[in-house]
Design a protein around this ligand. Structure first.
Ligand SMILES: CC(C)(COP(=O)(O)OP(=O)(O)OC[C@H]1O[C@@H](n2cnc3c(N)ncnc32)[C@H](O)[C@@H]1OP(=O)(O)O)[C@@H](O)C(=O)NCCC(=O)NCCS
Length: 187
């Protein structure tokens, strides 16, 4: 396991606010779980997990998550993830969402880049996520993040529709490597 403590660093937060001055990025707190659940619900795209799952995530996995907060302190976006127990150099991004009113302004990319800079310092070299082939926005997001960081993006089939007990689309694994701190010149 990475030995360094992960926490969102001020430099990453400053870079994010440069493109979105009204927003600031930070690690989630316990009380943010309800906001994450609401944003996921309102997306009408994400699998909505139980409210308990989001509250728990904010307690136990805050170091591998980030939220975007507006000037009034409202949470308007989030990335939640975890370090894979079987692959301690890999951050698995579980869900990303941005309030509809804030989309198309680089908020999701800023959140992912800030998180990647932070976890890179703690020994993470690889990002994994799964994306349903129909989710154009999500595909574009991870492609853009890989491109902007000069990283390689690999896409392979992972979960088949038949793996799910309900009407769920197949999910492809997207792998971004290498994850390393983004130098200021690249930002
Ligand atoms: C996916 C989502 C998080 C993107 O958030 P966002 O803040 O609007 O994304 P950004 O503005 O940072 O855009 C990042 C890149 O994705 C592209 N993109 C974003 N939304 C897009 C869309 N609907 N169609 C095509 N490209 C899109 C942007 O053009 C940008 O690429 P570029 O740098 O090459 O121009 C947002 O649409 C959302 O919350 N969707 C619902 C939940 C979801 O599907 N989450 C992903 C699965 S976990």
């Amino acid at each position: 396991m990475p030995t360094q403590t992960m926490s969102l660093d001020p430099a990453a937060a400053t870079a994010a606010t440069a493109s979105q001055p009204r927003l600031r990025l930070r690690a989630p707190r316990l009380g943010d779980g309800a906001h994450l659940w609401r944003i996921a619900r309102d997306s009408q795209v994400l699998d909505l997990n139980s409210s308990y799952a989001y509250v728990l995530w904010c307690r136990d996995f805050a170091a591998t998550c980030v939220v975007a907060e507006d000037r009034d302190g409202a949470v308007v976006g989030f990335v939640i993830g975890y370090v894979r127990p079987d692959a301690p150099d890999t951050l698995f991004v579980w869900q990303v969402a941005v309030d509809a009113a804030q989309r198309g302004r680089g908020v999701a990319a800023d959140m992912l880049n800030a998180l990647l800079d932070t976890v890179a310092d703690a020994g993470i070299t690889t990002l994994e996520t799964t994306v349903a082939p129909s989710n154009t926005a999500s595909r574009a997001l991870f492609a853009a993040v890989a491109r902007s960081r000069g990283a390689h993006l690999r896409i392979v089939d992972l979960f088949d529709a038949t793996d799910f007990p309900d009407a769920h689309e197949a999910e492809q694994l997207h792998v971004i490597v290498p994850v390393r701190r983004h130098s200021q010149e690249e930002k």
